[in-house]
Design a protein around this ligand. Structure first.
Ligand SMILES: Cc1cc2nc3c(=O)[nH]c(=O)nc-3n(C[C@H](O)[C@H](O)[C@H](O)COP(=O)(O)O)c2cc1C
Length: 362
């Protein structure tokens, strides 16, 4: 199975299966001299880890990360990156492979079971193997390192829609994100989601969602025309996350309904002689290059395909059958996708920072 690596100057390669002994990643191209302790990575893994509320999968994984390589003590006694590949390992401790007997031969509609089987003719069905979102823990770990490469950039994500229920943007409060189990920036909507998702969860169903990630402090100039656009790489990074079905930058799909006047992000000069944009329909990117405004991206995730309701399918012997998926699943994958989306945005930005420095030297 090829294509497990993402990035250009900063590269991550993830490895491991959902029910194997461990998962992890190797980060190559990280600059030397950056203070890095396991705790710096653990903070972000703790946000993504399962079983933290009744609204996520009840698999109990501590997601404890170990740094195996690429760090050493500097003259001040701090553990810093050396420039060598950084290898990270997260042990799997709560596999329950017997729950997956049903999908050993049957394909879950909406999951990767059918396509993996068609392509490779062999499939680690336990927990979905490599197609499991357990892999996204490695991305979050890689993203934590990426953040350290660009310490001046703040990257924050929030769940902005669950099923038909959208947040009220007039009540947007970043502080609220940490105060509810949904990463919701609107406390009132979080309350609505609680009852709504309880209903979905108890009926054994699932629901889709939309996540927004905002990066502030990105200077103008990161990105490249024409085949290394910042928005292109962000879309690729976010689309590579399991269950993502669409990505928007700035006004996104809604731009199709705007006139040129409404879409124009007019420019003035402030008192210090700096350009100021009067709006940000572009989501902080023009011509594939950052404008200096916040970079704003959204992505939609589909509902979890592993549901209790029996659905029509086939098995690997070509027989028609039905499947109702047991095991522990996220009723709304969008919740835990928030830290994953942040991590992928951080990784793309850090990679583009290094690429910009490589070409332009600043
Ligand atoms: C954070 C996160 C958690 C997920 N949890 C589950 C889950 O519990 N059960 C499941 O069937 N799919 C889950 N998924 C989705 C599957 O991994 C995904 O649908 C599958 O790999 C097929 O890929 P595709 O949806 O991108 O086509 C999750 C995805 C993400 C991002």
């Amino acid at each position: 199975m090829s294509h497990n690596t993402f990035g250009h100057l900063l590269r991550m390669t993830t490895w491991g299966e959902s029910h194997g002994p461990a998962i992890g990643c190797v980060i190559d191209g990280c600059p030397p001299g950056i203070p890095l302790a396991a705790a710096d990575i653990q903070t972000f893994l703790d946000l993504r880890k399962p079983g933290q509320s009744r609204f996520t999968t009840q698999r109990r994984e501590p997601d404890t990360v170990e740094i195996l390589s690429g760090v050493f003590d500097d003259d001040k006694g701090r553990q810093v990156t050396t420039g060598a590949p950084i290898s990270l390992e997260i042990r799997n401790v709560d596999q329950r492979s017997k729950d997956y007997g049903e999908i050993r031969d049957k394909f879950r509609p909406g999951h990767a079971d059918f396509t993996y089987w068609e392509k490779y003719g062999i499939r680690d069905y336990r927990g979905g193997g490599r197609s499991s979102a357990r892999e996204t823990a490695s991305r979050v770990a890689a993203g934590a390192i990426a953040r350290k490469v660009i310490p001046g950039v703040s990257i924050r994500g929030a769940l902005v829609q669950m099923g038909p229920h959208k947040v009220d943007r007039s009540r947007w409060d970043w502080d609220a994100v940490a105060s509810n189990p949904f990463f919701c920036p609107d406390a009132e909507t979080a309350h609505t989601w609680e009852g709504y998702l309880d209903g979905i969860r108890k009926s054994g169903s699932s629901i889709g969602a939309v996540i927004e990630v905002v990066a502030e402090g990105v200077p103008s100039g990161w990105g490249a025309p024409l085949y290394g656009k910042l928005d292109q790489d962000l879309a690729s990074a976010l689309m590579s996350i399991n269950a993502v079905k669409s990505v928007e930058i700035g006004a996104g799909l809604a731009a199709a309904e705007l006139t040129g006047e409404d879409n124009a992000d007019e420019i003035r000069m402030d008192n210090e002689g700096n350009p100021v944009f009067l709006s940000n329909q572009a989501g902080g990117i023009l011509g594939g290059i950052s404008t200096g405004q916040p970079v704003v991206v959204r992505f939609a995730v589909k509902p979890t395909s592993s549901i209790l309701t029996p659905k029509l399918t086939i098995d690997r012997f070509g027989q028609e059958t039905e499947i109702a998926t047991k095991g522990r699943h996220d009723p709304c994958v969008g919740i835990r996708a928030v830290p994953v989306g942040e991590a992928m945005v951080a990784f793309v930005l850090a990679d583009h920072f290094l690429r910009h420095r490589g070409q332009c030297g600043v």
